[in-house]
Design a protein around this ligand. Structure first.
Ligand code: AMP
Length: 211
């Protein structure tokens, strides 16, 4: 299974990618997680990516494509979350997959009104150890500040501030929305209504990928 999750920031694509990856037992490759790890470990990639991420801007294509290329060459099945985010990244992904002799099965586009997405982002909590995602209101952990899955500390991402969120939406509209059209033209796109409960969306997605 080779699947891409698309959607605006706060659409729940990370949450759904995590759920599906666990259910079907294949790796979730999140470029956001990979980049945050690189920043934390202060690698060369992390030092280059940091300033873009804090502003809510996209990290340059060549850096992100390099990261994804390395990961995909190690996996036969995967769920990509947060990549591609530009048409150029989508074209690069096609090239990489062609070189590996494989293709995408589906691109799941989670649709949500932008106002709902902003509310979700401002209450989002992320695990510092395993990257599990929570929400103070819609998906709270059993114990405040502690991850249900691994017991790690939960934190609020530095780009989940009002200023960075606004910028991330602008970036999404200008640079990522054209990717939807890219996959529509290639008959890979499946739209999913993201304005429902986590469980309802997960059930829908599981059905979609099993047919
Ligand atoms: P995410 O965790 O997917 O919301 O990503 C957080 C941040 O990482 C984004 O706002 C970007 O700065 C950067 N990022 C993640 N994925 C990409 C990508 N495919 N292309 C460029 N920047 C990315």
């Amino acid at each position: 299974m080779r699947i891409v999750f698309l959607g605006p920031p706060g659409s729940g694509k990370g949450t759904q990618a995590q759920i599906l990856a666990q259910k079907v037992g294949i790796p979730q490759i999140s470029t956001g997680d990979l980049l945050r790890e690189a920043v934390e470990q202060n690698t060369l990639v992390g030092r280059k990516a940091k300033e873009y991420m804090e502003k809510g801007a996209l990290v340059p294509d060549e850096i992100v494509v390099g990261l994804v290329r390395d990961k995909l060459s190690q996996e036969t099945a995967f769920i990509l979350d947060g990549f591609p985010r530009t048409v150029q990244q989508a074209e690069s992904l096609d090239e990489v997959l062609q070189q590996l002799g494989v293709s995408l099965d589906a691109v799941i586009n989670i649709e949500i009104p932008l106002e709902a997405a902003v509310e979700r982002l401002s209450g989002r909590l992320t695990c510092s150890e395993c990257n599990s995602i929570y929400h103070v209101k819609y998906n709270p952990p059993a114990q405040k500040g502690v991850c249900d899955t691994c017991g790690g500390d939960l934190y609020q991402r530095s780009d989940d501030t009002e200023k960075a969120i606004t910028h991330r939406f602008d970036v999404y509209k200008k640079q990522t929305q054209p990717v939807i059209q890219y996959y529509k033209e290639r008959k890979k796109l499946v739209n999913v209504d993201g304005n429902r409960t986590i469980e309802e969306i997960a059930t829908d997605i599981e059905e979609l990928v099993s047919t």
